[in-house]
Design a protein around this ligand. Structure first.
Ligand SMILES: [Zn+2]
Ligand SMILES: [Zn+2]
Length: 202
């Protein structure tokens, strides 16, 4: 259903949901979330562009600290079924498919797409999924209690995203550094740049 969308001029300009790849109309009545899967959009607080982040939640029983440890732990060596190499020629297609969903988080997103729910279903991850994540592709807002941590997966890790250590607002790294250099403070909370490491002004 989602994949079979007709081509429209200017589709590139429409906001795309990074969770389900649906192009959203520019003016959506649903408050700032995808019209298809209802995943909230995450905007840069400088450009207000939609960032390629999908928030996820932890399976019950995993604490914020556990999750941080698992994300930072090296991904376990995957013990692939050795059968594929014997018939690599025949199974090329199958192998390629395996590769595409070798990331458990992406596999989770795909499985959620087929569920076709009316209500918003958060992406919930388990321990192996956390452990398989590259720490560089995860953004964590460490909010004081009772808010707790908010976890985001960056689906385009080449696009570097950061958050202000003071207000936890999210930005493209380039935007944030530019603003801090030009103005000397965070564009949102105006925390002085000398509170940010590696960005001292002189
Ligand atoms: Zn969506
Ligand atoms: Zn800030």
């Amino acid at each position: 259903m989602v994949r079979a969308k007709p081509y429209h001029d200017g589709e590139d300009l429409l906001p795309m949901c990074y969770r389900c790849s649906t192009y959203n109309p520019l003016m959506t009545s649903a408050a700032n979330c995808c019209t298809n899967c209802r995943q909230p959009f995450v905007h840069s607080f400088v450009s207000f562009e939609i960032l390629p982040l999908v928030e996820f939640q932890l399976e019950p029983g995993i604490s914020d600290e556990d999750a941080m440890r698992l994300i930072e732990a090296p991904a376990p060596v995957t013990t692939e079924d050795p059968g594929w190499s014997q018939s690599a020629g025949d199974n090329f297609e199958a192998l390629r498919l395996d590769e595409q969903i070798s990331d458990p988080f992406t596999a989770r997103l795909l499985s959620l797409q087929s569920e076709d729910e009316e209500e918003f279903v958060p992406v919930i991850v388990n321990r192996p999924t956390l452990q398989a994540m590259d720490p560089g592709s995860v953004l964590v807002c460490q909010q004081p209690p009772p808010l707790g941590y908010q976890f985001y997966r960056n689906l385009l890790p080449d696009l570097q995203i950061t958050l202000c250590p003071s207000c936890n607002k999210i930005f493209h790294v380039d935007d944030f550094e530019m603003q801090v250099l030009q103005k000397g403070h965070c564009p949102f909370c105006r925390s002085e740049s000398n509170t940010f490491k590696d960005m001292s002004e002189d």
